[in-house]
Design a protein around this ligand. Sequence first.
Ligand SMILES: [Zn+2]
Length: 725
Amino acid sequence: MGQDEQRYQGDSRGKVAAEGPPVVNPIAIKGWPFYDLKSIVTWLGSDLKDFFVTHGAQADLYTAYDLSRKQDPGTTFDIALRHSRGDVLVDPLALPSPQLERDWQLTEASLFLPLAFNTRLEAATLVCPLPLVRPSQVYLRLFASLFGGYTLNLVYCTPENFKRYQTKLKSQEILKEAFYDFVEPDGKEIALPTKRHLPLLNLGSFKIPAELSEKISAKTTSECQVLPLYLHEKQVTVAIAGDRPRSEQISRITTELGGRITARFVQVLLDQLEVAIKGNAVMEVAPLTKRLAQAAEGYAKSESQEINRINTVQVQERIFSEDATVIDLVNTMLTHADKTVSTDIHLIPFRNSVRVCFRTDTLLHDFPDPIPKAIYQAICNRIKLMSTIDIQPASIAQHGRFSVEIGAKMIEVRVCSQSTIHGDHVSLRLAEANAAQKTIRELGFEQHEIDILQRSIDSDHGLTLVCGPTGSGKSTTLYATLFGIDRVKYSVMSGEDPVEREIPMVIQTEVSPPLTFDQFIAAALRRDPDYIMVGETRTEETAVELIRAAETGHVVYTTLHTNTAASAPHRLINLGIQPYMVADTLSSVIAQRLVPRLCPNCSFPASPPTAEDLEVNGISHSWFGTRFNFRDAHGCTQCNHTSFRGRILLAESFVVTPSLRQLITNKSPSWDILEEQIAQGGKSIYQKAVEACARGLIPFKLAIQFRTDEAIQKAPVTSRLVNEK
Ligand SMILES: [Zn+2]
């Protein structure tokens, strides 16, 4: 490879080099009689003309020529532009397509494309990708025979823009793919088209590109009635309404451009120019909005939204320094929470001591070092300050929030402070703000639950309940479900207390007093929703609105505090909803638990449960499967001596079928619903917990905590059903 070739490959425009010279196209060569290459020969030499004739008419011939001559692509284009004097450059894609009253039959002349036609002024402007190339006598006669009496002007554009413009015209069927056969008109009888002083263009809803709005100010644009259209290297194309630029227009623009850029002019109709100037004047809000946003940001920062940055390495060093303060101590706690992947921090005052503990994988563990009571008030004040909570004691709970950047992570912290007999109990809930939103599948559901959630997304109405106690991951499931909705096509609204994370294109409302969930639903229904997510349903009023929303053709999601899926219909009935209404609107129910998983580092084999254990707890031996591995753990440093690390998701679910509808309407007991759920192929959370236990993920004593009334009632039935499978 020669030195020159290497240089081209590194060039920013070198992509063309890889494509090689254009392929010789016999039809394109046939097109050459349309072009007058005299100026090329005059300014660029006959060498280029010979190259042209061998390669046929194609948009990037100048580039191909540059490559064959081993010079920078673009060189010939720029030289041609310099010699062409009056030639104007435009971006045809920024202008409206021409409105042709007659078919464009000049397809052979594929390097002259129609750009603007004005039937009233009988003016036409064509665009060409090769500066210095002019239409030949043959072409002019052909044009005159088709558009008799029209003036004809040429403007130019870059080969890349030209190719895109070709594609655009083809897609609009202005430019036909096929080549027409044409009869060369008799030149003697046709008057050749004349040229206007300035090419006439059409302006649609033209937007001034950013780089141009910086070059010519809005003041000049509106005062001089000039519109900058296009900037290429050192040439700017300016639209004016007259057929010649006025001297003050030239002088103002020249002054503004500072002499290093030359202006070339095109003409547009006065009304189009005025509309475009006004339209682009509106664009001038951009600097204003930017300035306002900066001011607002500064204001917000000074108020409460200040983002605290914690450098994890510095925190360690600061702790040992003489001038370390309570700020450093709080930073250390936040860093510890991040390190242990904790979801919550609690600062709990007692008579003579303070407990600082962290919730990791659903379990609490203590801060490595004890905190003296003497500095407790200072710690509380620091946290309240960060979260803009009033540091004065208050009897009612106070809420606040702040953001903290720990390493590369942005953590959102929601703070709640409640006074107790020994001082304020301060709890902090941590959530990574920029963590990627998980999909339903990524949450760890089994296929049965994934199918049920997907079905709810795909349906056009009905109520889906996600059940479980606090901390069972219900809202995470709902967020993943909302994330699964096509939020571009459908309107999704959510009311949450509080909003735990933001989902793009979901209209989220924080539902806190005086706003209530039932008021939120009623208001949401008037705002044209497709999907409504209601943070939680605890009152009759909310339940009534929920049912109304689901009845009227909306997909509704909410959470319920019940332990099992089977007991969820009863909870709605107990809230005051008629059983038949629950049966009619409910479409699916999921119940879930997040269960701490045995620490893989310190777990050890444990003996399997005895036959008595199984009988007392209503467990069928078949739930263990054929290969089992019971385990327990003793705790180690990796699990903060809790014996647990990580969590597993257990879930049960059912779809409301006609037979279930009947059971709900009859207010049948929840164990009958569980039986139906199992018949649908859904296992109970209890059975899944026992299965997880047999796989060594959780200890037996934890698994049997998921035993429920329904499970005990149906113990013989569930065992039998599973045995039959
Ligand atoms: Zn461990």
